[in-house]
Ligand binder design. Structure first.
Ligand SMILES: *Cc1c(COP(=O)(O)O)cnc(C)c1O
Length: 360
């Protein structure tokens, strides 16, 4: 058998260590995973109720067009139904976009470090990857713009960026969109949209009317707390959505995911409460960093990247032995740092305690 050459250099995605494995390995009764930016408060009770109601329908395929969720979300976002595409997580939308646009003659531009799936999927399609290092933890949009040529098909803008938590301001994004040639798709990945508080963070959804080459990605996995169900969505010009739809699997989002997402949209109070608790949690880490003289990026997300300026695998290990799974920067392209998902007040305090003791 002959696998595509570009696949030979790739590894499957390495997620954080699973809870069960850590429990066994270190003989712990309680293990808390704060490694994948999941919501520590779970999801809305309304979503759980909606899931129960689907349990008698499991023999039936889901609605491949996600019509009910589409109507709900189109109303909520004030967009047209035809301007939406749903995926098995926004991960799948990234895959669909790459399948639909990239080939061996094309190139694609992204920041580094950023979310790894842009590169991963582009490599599989055989496209040339043009990575632009972050500048002070932020997207260097000018350099990204300069890398565009006639073979460029997609530019990825992760805002807020994973793993730094930084965002692209309204002014920089608008001036970027004005300059990007119309043959290039700009994907703005807003997986952490619900957490953002910055005043100059752009509202990108209305911009799809002005820029037919703009696509916004969002997900129910992070603030909505439905990561297990795998459902995310893209918002873009209706013609473009229609053109990429054939690259989507016919029943790519499940009946349960669609029902839960519809219910979750109705519970914005749950999101507001989680965001408020998250902001307090971030403050715990900011105070810790100030006290210990550590540098970090102010975060518009539910995670924080802290620069410890030492072997982050050692810190990762110290937390692991106490039952806390976080992400070592070594795996994320930021050696010396840890990316910690903000947990409950108590969890944050415990993590901070372990770190303080270790650093002393
Ligand atoms: C978590 C994450 C995603 C993927 O989310 P899913 O919808 O669960 O696939 C996409 N982009 C970024 C930046 C993320 O952090």
């Amino acid at each position: 058998m002959q696998i595509k050459e570009q696949l030979l250099g790739l590894k499957p995605y390495q997620p954080g260590k699973p809870i069960e494995e850590v429990q066994r390995e270190y003989n712990l009764t309680k293990v808390i995973k704060l490694a994948s930016n999941e919501n520590p408060y779970g999801s809305s009770p309304l979503a759980k109720e909606a899931i129960k109601e689907e349990l008698d329908q499991l023999g039936l395929y889901p609605d491949g067009y996600s019509a009910a969720l589409r109507t709900k979300l189109a109303n909520y976002l004030e967009v047209k139904e035809e301007e939406l595409i749903f995926g098995n997580g926004s991960d799948e939308i990234i895959q669909i976009i790459c399948r639909a646009l990239l080939d061996q003659q094309s190139n694609t531009i992204m920041a580094t470090p950023s979310f790894p799936q842009y590169k991963h999927n582009a490599v599989i399609e055989g496209a040339e990857i043009r990575e632009v290092p972050l500048k002070n933890g932020m997207h260097d949009l000018d350099t990204m713009l300069n890398k565009i040529d006639e073979h460029t098909k997609i530019v990825w803008v992760c805002s807020p960026n994973n793993p730094t938590g930084t965002y692209v301001t309204r002014l920089s994004l608008l001036s970027f969109l004005e300059k990007v040639p119309s043959h290039v798709l700009v994907v703005v990945d807003e997986a952490y949209y619900e957490y953002v508080g910055a005043e100059d963070y752009p509202e990108t959804v209305p911009l799809i009317n002005k820029y037919p080459n703009l696509m916004v990605l969002r997900t129910f996995s992070k603030a909505y707390g439905l990561a297990a169900l795998r459902i995310g969505y893209g918002i873009a010009n209706a013609t473009f959505i229609r053109q990429i739809e054939p690259a989507r699997e016919p029943f790519n989002t499940s009946r349960i995911a669609q029902a839960a997402a519809i219910a979750a949209i109705d519970d914005q109070q749950f999101i507001a409460d989680c965001v408020e608790k998250n902001n307090k949690g971030l403050q715990q880490y900011y105070d810790f960093c100030a006290e210990m003289n550590l540098t970090y990026y102010p975060s518009e997300t539910n995670f924080i990247l802290i620069d410890f300026k030492r072997d982050s695998d050692e810190l990762f290990q110290a937390l692991l032995e106490k039952g806390y799974i976080v992400r070592s920067g070594n795996a994320l392209g930021v050696p010396g740092s840890l990316r910690i998902t903000v947990g409950s007040e108590e969890q944050n305090a415990e993590i901070i305690d372990v770190l303080k003791n270790f650093l002393k």
